[in-house]
Write a protein that binds this ligand. Sequence first.
Ligand code: MV4
Length: 446
Amino acid sequence: MFRKILIANRGEIALRIQRACRDLGIATVAVHSTADAEAMHVRLSDESVCIGPPAAKDSYLNIPAILSAAAITGAEAIHPGYGFLSENAGFAEMVEAHGMAFIGPSPSHIGMMGDKIAAKAAMASLGVPLVPGSPGAVMDLAAARPIAARIGYPVLIKAAAGGGGRGMKVAREPAELEDAFRLARTEARAAFGNDAVYMEKYLDRPRHIELQVLADNYGQVVHFGERDCSLQRRHQKLLEEAGSPAITPAQRDTLGETATAALRKLGYRNAGTLEFLYQDGQFAFIEMNTRLQVEHPVTEMLCGIDLVREQIRIAEGARLGYEQRDISFTGHAIECRITAEDPTTFMPTPGRVTAFHAPGGLGVRVDSALYAGYFVPPYYDSMVAKLIVHAPTRPDAINRLRRALDEFAVLGIQTTIPLHRRIVDDKAFQAGDYTIHWLEQFVAGN
Ligand code: MV4
């Protein structure tokens, strides 16, 4: 059993991880930048260490400072949260080289899934369905032409080191291929220092559906169903649901069986999320995330499980101790990501929070590090709260979400609460009838 864990993150996710540690009787070490000296994750931790100036590259991404903080406090393990160093294979390796546990997958699996071409090749060889595409990297335009012709236009050119939509270009017809290919390459090199690209058939109206899995160190792999993350704008998710309004329990079972069998053969461990595009009744794997995700609470509410606790136990060497048939899916859960942004222009709105009142009651959860008097700094991600509701049915969850949003008060700064409130009242949202393009249209029409 770990006695002390260092949490290499800030904000709501640092609190979320602290709570799981407390529940397990484990002491916590917070790290923080000089801008976060007054932050809630520092106030609520057992110990804290300042690791550098405000810019993330000098603090939350400062590997020597974080490893030193762990060494001087005697932490036995590091939880990276999401973002920052969470998918940095080199960091995971260094944590282990310093005799500590990295609470996450092995460095080699983080590295494999960070290369989208390698990830797809591994999944395809293990029977997971893919979007039709190039068998691997596409070296030049001469190679791209016949592959595009075989897949059929429109095609998408993606960066191997990409993810999250950066370095992605569509070619709707052969005449567009040359420019799209060259642009994708150039962007990939600039953004990732790696210009390897691959090609896929472009799906024009998919849903974005992801599957949550956990694996222990002894080959036991289970899934906790899917999340529908289609409601996004510029690759920033705004609202997530579990389960997906578009998926039947039988589809969930089939997808889960295929994915868990593949990860068992890969020897994967700890938490992971497989991302799929879903269109015309078909799932196609696109990427795998080797971290705890922002939207994990909808899965926790649906399945009644503490995913962070499980991550910690797995890292300690515990067995999962249950099987797929022990996992049940009850009701429906929805999460709203509330950001410190103007709800119409999406410009960040850092500043002083003058009053804060979180909603409550049955089936309502708020994960946030805000408090009255807190100053939202301009240096980091603008997400300041997650509101998660759970209810017996999707219509009940929507009603509960409306009620909770009406109770939620964040004064002093602008937030996206009013935008969420309008989404909840939309007929298409209520019908569950949306694709990844729906929200951009919704926002443009307002
Ligand atoms: C796609 C696609 C359509 N067809 N792949 C964007 C981010 C990256 N994770 C994958 N992405 C997409 N890949 C094919 N073959 C459309 C997107 C996409 C998208 C995917 C998920 C969530 C939001 C999105 C927004 C725009 C494009």
